[in-house]
Ligand binder design. Structure first.
Ligand code: GLN
Length: 306
C-alpha cells in the first residue's frame, strides 16, 4: 500500500510555488498551506486518506464534469456534442478568443468556461429554474456526499465578479449557442462552481468514472461505459486547461482541476483520486496537488500509457 501520509509531507511545501485564486475574492481567503488526498481503491472499496482530506472547499471547474455527465444523461452523447466541441485550448480557461477568432459554431470543449456554461444551459433547457437543485442532488449522489452544499459567500463572490463569464454567455447567446435561458444558465453555473466538496467526495466521483459509470459503493449505474469513457478522454485531453498536454506527458491519468484547488482523477478500473491544495500555478492548477498526484501515479503505476 502507498504511504499517503508521507507523500503529503513530501509535497506540502510546494504550495509556496503557487498562489490561491484571487479573481474570485472569497477564494483569496483560503489558507494556502493545505494538502489533502483521498484514494478510492476499486479492488476492495477501501478509501485511504491523508492530510486535509475532509476539509471543504469550492469545487469550481470540477463541477463541469458533473454537469457534463448530467447533460449526457438527459440528452445523450450525440446531442450534447452537437452543441459543444471536444478540442483542447491554447488559451486561458475563461478566454473568449478562440470562439471569436475561429468564428466557431460552438464552444471548444465542456471543460473551459464557455463550454461549461453552454453545457449548463443544456441542463437548464431540460429542467428550467430547478436546474441547480437537480445538479446539487446529482452531485451529492455521484460524490456519495449527502453533506455537499452550496456556499452562499462563495456564490455571491462569484456572481459579483463574474463579468467575464457573463461576456462569454452573452457572446454565445448572440451566436445561438445557448440552449437554455442565459440568465438562469449563468446563475446555475455560478452556483455549481460554489458547491463545497472534500478530497474524499472527489475520490468517490473519480471512482464512478474509473468504474465505467457505475457507483462502486452501491453498484448503481449513472452513465454507460461508453459515456464514462468519453468523459475520461475529455479529462485527459482538456481537464487541466491549456496545460493538459503537458500533464498527459507527466501524469497519464484523466484529471480535472478547479481553481478552488481541487483535483479529481479517474485511473480506469483501479482508483478514484481526490486531492485538495489551494495554491495554483499560472494556468489555474493546484501546484502541490499535481506533484502529489504525480507521485501517486508513479507509486501505483497508474499511467494509462504504460
Ligand atoms: N468559477 C470559476 C470561473 O468561472 C471556475 C473556473 C475554474 O475553476 N477554472 O472562472
Amino acid at each position: 500500500m502507498i504511504q499517503l501520509e508521507q507523500l503529503v509531507q513530501k509535497n506540502l511545501a510546494k504550495e509556496k510555488e503557487g498562489k490561491v485564486a484571487s479573481y474570485i475574492p472569497a477564494l483569496a481567503e483560503v489558507n494556502p498551506k493545505q494538502l489533502g488526498v483521498a484514494l478510492y481503491d476499486l479492488d476492495d472499496g477501501e478509501i485511504g486518506e491523508a492530510g486535509q482530506s475532509e476539509v471543504r472547499f469550492a469545487i469550481e471547474s470540477i463541477s463541469k464534469v458533473i454537469t457534463l455527465m448530467l447533460a449526457i444523461k438527459k440528452m445523450g452523447i450525440q446531442e450534447v456534442f452537437k452543441h459543444v466541441g471536444s478540442r483542447q485550448t491554447g488559451f486561458a480557461f475563461n478566454s473568449i478568443l478562440n470562439m471569436e477568432i475561429e468564428k466557431a459554431k460552438y464552444p471548444l470543449n465542456p471543460f473551459i468556461n464557455a463550454g461549461a456554461i453552454a453545457t449548463t444551459s443544456m441542463v437548464v433547457s431540460k429542467t428550467g429554474e430547478g436546474a441547480f437543485e437537480e445538479i446539487l442532488s446529482f452531485a451529492r449522489d455521484i460524490c456519495n456526499d449527502p453533506n455537499l452544499y452550496l456556499d452562499q459567500i462563495i456564490y455571491h463572490s462569484e456572481r459579483r465578479t463574474g463579468n467575464l463569464d457573463r461576456s462569454l454567455a452573452y457572446y454565445m447567446e448572440s451566436k445561438n449557442m445557448m440552449l437554455g435561458d442565459v440568465v438562469t444558465s449563468l446563475d446555475t453555473y455560478f452556483k455549481q462552481c460554489s458547491m463545497m466538496v472534500t478530497a474524499h467526495s472527489l475520490a468517490n466521483l473519480g471512482a464512478v468514472l474509473a468504474n465505467g459509470g457505475v457507483k462502486p459503493w452501491d453498484n448503481k449505474r449513472i452513465i454507460s461505459d461508453e459515456e464514462a469513457r468519453c468523459v475520461k478522454s475529455l479529462m485527459m485531453t482538456t481537464g487541466l486547461y491549456n496545460q493538459s498536454g503537458t500533464y498527459s506527458r507527466l501524469i497519464g491519468v484523466p484529471t480535472k482541476s478547479g481553481v478552488g484547488g481541487g483535483l479529481m482523477s479517474a485511473a480506469p478500473h483501479k482508483y478514484g483520486i481526490g486531492i485538495f491544495s489551494p495554491a495554483l500555478d499560472k494556468a489555474g492548477n493546484s501546484v502541490a496537488g499535481l506533484d502529489l498526484l504525480r507521485d501517486i501515479v508513479e507509486g501505483l503505476e497508474l499511467d494509462i500509457f504504460d
